[in-house]
Design a protein around this ligand. Structure first.
Ligand SMILES: CC(=O)SCCNC(=O)CCNC(=O)[C@H](O)C(C)(C)COP(=O)(O)OP(=O)(O)OC[C@H]1O[C@@H](n2cnc3c(N)ncnc32)[C@H](O)[C@@H]1OP(=O)(O)O
Ligand SMILES: O=C([O-])CC(=O)C(=O)O
Length: 382
C-alpha cells in the first residue's frame, strides 16, 4: 500500500468529535451519565448555594476558591477594570442597532483587543490580567449594547455594587433589589464553565496558534452565538411567545414532532440525564413567576418539559429555564446569549490559560473522501 493509499484509508471520522478526548484539563468535570458537574472539584449545587460569581470566576482562573483577602483584592481588580474605552462606545453607536446583540458583542470584543495596549504581551501575568479585564468588561459591553440599541446612553459602572448587581444596574439604569442581584449572580455562576463545549473548544483551538486572548474570546463568542449552543436560550423564549398559553403547548409539541423539528432548550451533547443546573433555574423561574403575578411562562415551560420528554426522551438543558427566568427579570430574549457570554467568559479564560500551559497546536485530520488526483482541464474544454 502506498503512503497515499494509507492517507485515504484511515478510519472513519467521529462526527462532532463525540467522546474524543482532546485535552487533559483540571477545570471542570461533566459526568453526563449521572448528571454531575464540578468546577475544580466543587459541585455546582454547592457553588450555587454558597458561592458568588466572583468566587467562581476566581476559582476557575486560579484553581482554588479565594481567601477573604484574595477575594477583596480580586473584587477590587474587577471594579477597577469595569469602565470600557470611550472608543468602544463610539464604535458601538455607529453599528446597526438592528444587528443581533451577539454580533455586536463579537465585534466590540474584537475591537477591545485593538484598544488594549497590552493585548500582545505574551506573559502568563499579562494574560491573567487580560482575563480578569474581560470578565469585568464583557458585562459592561453587553449592558452598553442593550442601552445603545434603545437610543439610551450607557450607564457608568457603580463601584459600590458587586459584579452581578452592577451588571443589572448597567442594564436597567436602576439599582437592583437584592433578589434581582442574587438571580443574576446565580445565572452567572451556573453558566460559567462546562468543559470542552463548542465555544470553549473554539477558544482553545484559536489560542493554541498563539494569537492574543481577544482573538480566542472573539471566536468563542462566535461559537456561542449559534442556536445549537448558547443561542438556544433566545430561541426558547421565541418558542414560548409563539405558544402563548399552557393549552397550546401540546399542539405545538405535536406540530414540531410531525415536522421532525428541534425542541430548543432540550437535549445535550453530554447529559443523558437531567442537566444539574436546570433545577436551580427552574426553581427561580417558579418563584419569579409567582412574584410577578405572571406564572404562565413558568407553567408553559413545565408543561413543555413534560411533553417533550414523553416525545423524544430528552431532558431540558441549561438554556431552557434560563429563558422564562430572564424574561421575568425583564431581560429581552435576544440579550440572553450575551448574558451567557458574560458568564462563560470565566470558563473560556480558564481554558485559554490552561491551553497555553504546555501548548500544542490543535490540528486534527480529515478522512479524505474526495476525488483521486486529476488533471486541470483547460477552461475552454470544461
Ligand atoms: C449551553 C448549551 O449549548 S446546551 C445545548 C443548547 N442547544 C439546544 O438546546 C438545541 C436543541 N438541542 C440539540 O440540537 C441537541 O440536543 C444538541 C445539539 C444540544 C446535542 O446534539 P447531539 O450531541 O447530537 O445529541 P444527541 O446525540 O442526543 O442527538 C441525536 C438525535 O436526537 C434528536 N434530538 C436531540 N435533541 C433534540 C431536540 N432538542 N429536539 C428534537 N430532537 C432532538 C435528533 O434526532 C438528533 O439528531 P440530529 O441532531 O441529527 O437532528
Ligand atoms: O457542554 C456543552 O456541550 C454545552 C454547554 O456549553 C453547556 O451545557 O453549558
Amino acid at each position: 500500500m502506498s503512503a497515499e493509499d494509507v492517507e485515504k484509508s484511515s478510519s472513519e471520522a467521529v462526527k462532532g468529535l463525540k467522546g474524543i478526548i482532546a485535552a487533559d484539563s483540571s477545570i471542570c468535570l461533566v459526568n453526563g451519565t449521572i448528571g454531575k458537574l464540578l468546577y475544580r472539584g466543587y459541585n455546582i449545587d454547592d457553588l450555587a448555594e454558597n458561592a458568588t460569581f466572583e468566587d467562581v470566576s476566581f476559582l476557575l482562573l486560579n484553581g482554588e476558591l479565594p481567601t477573604a483577602t484574595q477575594l477583596a483584592a480580586y473584587q477590587a481588580e474587577l471594579k477597577q477594570y469595569r469602565s470600557i474605552p470611550p472608543e468602544l462606545i463610539d464604535a458601538l453607536k455607529k453599528l446597526p442597532v438592528s444587528a443581533p446583540p451577539m454580533a455586536l458583542l463579537r465585534s466590540i470584543t474584537s475591537l477591545a483587543g485593538v484598544y488594549d495596549p497590552n493585548a500582545e504581551i505574551e506573559t502568563f501575568e499579562n494574560r491573567l490580567q487580560i482575563s480578569i479585564k474581560l470578565i469585568s468588561q464583557i458585562p459592561t459591553i453587553v449592558a452598553a449594547i442593550h442601552r445603545v440599541r434603545q437610543g439610551l446612553e450607557p450607564v457608568e459602572p457603580d463601584p459600590e455594587l458587586c459584579h452581578a448587581g452592577n451588571f443589572m444596574y448597567m442594564i436597567n439604569g436602576e439599582k437592583p433589589s437584592e433578589d434581582a442581584t442574587r438571580a443574576m449572580d446565580l445565572i452567572l455562576t451556573l453558566h460559567a464553565e462546562h468543559g470542552l463545549n463548542a465555544s470553549t473548544f473554539t477558544g482553545r483551538v484559536i489560542i493554541a496558534t498563539l494569537p492574543d486572548i481577544y482573538s480566542a474570546v472573539t471566536g468563542a463568542i462566535g461559537a456561542l452565538k449559534g442556536k445549537l449552543h448558547g443561542g438556544a436560550n433566545t430561541e426558547v423564549l421565541k418558542t414560548l411567545f409563539e405558544i402563548g398559553s399552557v393549552e397550546n403547548v401540546a399542539p405545538y409539541v405535536k406540530k414540531v414532532r410531525e415536522a421532525k423539528g428541534k425542541f430548543m432548550g432540550f437535549g445535550h451533547a453530554v447529559y443523558q440525564v437531567e442537566d444539574p443546573r436546570a433545577k436551580h433555574l427552574k426553581e427561580l423561574s417558579r418563584r419569579l413567576g409567582e412574584e410577578t403575578g405572571e406564572p404562565k411562562w413558568y407553567e408553559m415551560s413545565i408543561e413543555m418539559e413534560k411533553l417533550v420528554y414523553e416525545e423524544i426522551k430528552r431532558n431540558c438543558n441549561v438554556d431552557f429555564y434560563s429563558a422564562s427566568l430572564q424574561h421575568y427579570m425583564g431581560i429581552p430574549g435576544d440579550l440572553f446569549t450575551c448574558i451567557f457570554a458574560a458568564s462563560r467568559i470565566a470558563g473560556w479564560c480558564a481554558h485559554i490559560l490552561e491551553q497555553l500551559d504546555g501548548n500544542k497546536i490543535i490540528r486534527p485530520k480529515a478522512n479524505y473522501i474526495g476525488y483521486d488526483e486529476r488533471p486541470v482541464i483547460p477552461v475552454t474544454e470544461r
